[in-house]
Design a protein around this ligand. Sequence first.
Ligand code: MG
Length: 216
Amino acid sequence: MRHKLEDVRLLAPIIPRSKVIGVGRNFVEHAHELGNEVPAQPLLFLKPNTAVVGPNDPVVLPEFSEEVSFEAELCVVIGRICKDVPEDRADDVIFGYTCGNDLTARDVQKTDLQWTRAKGFDTSAPLGPWIETDLDTEDLQIQGRLNGEVRQDGSTSQMIRGVRELVSVVSQAFTLLPGDVIMTGTPAGVGLVKEGDRFEVEIEGIGRLSNPIVRR
Ligand code: MG
């Protein structure tokens, strides 16, 4: 049976059973805007699957942070169990792509030794609105909009490590399972969200992910 999009509520298109892998500082201008150098080695981190929420689900600002930032990102959804994937075989293990927001408690990221709390708190990984399975990711516009205002406007062509290289690099560290998600890094323009805001990630060829920001 078919339903109109406006008549249904979309859930997160995937809840990874094992992990969301984040990639830090994969855009030169974003690394520099936060005063960081581009890392010589890939900078990887994990977000637990309990961080994942879907389209229009509220992002709940954690009690322990006063500085939560948005990060609009292209996300890769893995389709097959794999390990040590050569770059030229990466397409074989990719199921598709979706939009994501790698919400980050910037203050805690600076003060905690690990990024676990800063990057992994509940609701810190909105994904959606769906998974696009047929997509050329060489040069796609990535926009992040805060309350309708464009704050991030980049392209996947600006990635230091592209999608295939990231799948290869990540799979050297972790066995990837079907449904695992790689968040590929954010373009420049990040900023803070506050209670009452709405943040949207729109990626060319995929669609738009929108979430309200709340504090409880
Ligand atoms: Mg990020």
